[in-house]
Design a protein around this ligand. Structure first.
Ligand SMILES: Cc1cc2nc3c(=O)[nH]c(=O)nc-3n(C[C@H](O)[C@H](O)[C@H](O)COP(=O)(O)O)c2cc1C
Length: 194
């Protein structure tokens, strides 16, 4: 199984990154092949809604996203990790997600309406960390993750969410969360595929 971890926070080695590293460790222990992308290490500009991908499924913007498209396609499982910024994803990650519109068009073009009801490429999971405790804290990112994975032909299978974590590295003060993330990584590799 090929697992792609996306580090979606621009803060290197921050709370969501620590969680993702633990989850990937768990997945690796069960034999998954692990690849990673970090939004802090790439330069991706926003989608301009130029329509360039509408008929081709290919984005015409030449930047680091071009090397990311095949990596998104290659994964059987994507583990997306992020901080919450204003009840959504950080803009660096949102740019990657918006640019996946090309993948949505690719999927739409290559599948018939019946096939579009299915997700044939694998599964997607979300790990998210926020500082506050509002009851809707993770609702925005859950929806966005769902439709990001939809564009990639992956079913959104839920995730792990932690509120009340703010300072860089604070999550290390909660070893039970790190264990939970490690076990989560194992679980996603163990789950039978549909
Ligand atoms: C620009 C910005 C916006 C934020 N917006 C929210 C928010 O809406 N709700 C919240 O609970 N935390 C918010 N936070 C706090 C982060 O989600 C929190 O510190 C988290 O632990 C950061 O995770 P990271 O270390 O993986 O980046 C925000 C932080 C920044 C810098």
């Amino acid at each position: 199984m090929k697992v792609l971890g996306i580090y979606g926070s621009p803060r290197r080695n921050g709370n969501s990154s620590i969680l993702l590293t633990e989850a990937l460790r768990g997945a690796a222990v069960l034999g998954a092949t692990i690849k990673t992308i970090s939004v802090a290490e790439v330069d991706i500009s926003g989608c301009t809604e130029c329509g360039g991908c509408d008929k081709t499924g290919k984005c015409i913007i030449e930047d680091d996203m071009q090397a990311i498209y095949p990596r998104l396609r290659d994964a059987n499982v994507i583990l997306l990790a992020s901080s919450i910024f204003f009840y959504g994803f950080p803009s660096q990650l949102k740019a990657l997600i918006d640019r996946s519109q090309a993948e949505w068009n690719r999927r739409r073009i290559s599948k018939n309406p019946e096939e579009l009801k299915r997700y044939d490429s694998g599964k997607g999971y979300l790990l998210a960390v926020g500082a506050t405790r509002g009851k809707n804290l993770f609702e925005g990112v859950k929806l966005t993750a769902h439709y990001f994975f939809d564009a990639l032909d992956l079913s959104y299978e839920g995730g792990l969410f932690r509120a009340k974590i703010e300072e860089k590295g604070d999550i290390r003060n909660y070893p039970e969360i790190l264990i939970e993330a490690y076990e989560f990584g194992k679980k996603i590799v163990d789950e039978p595929s549909k």
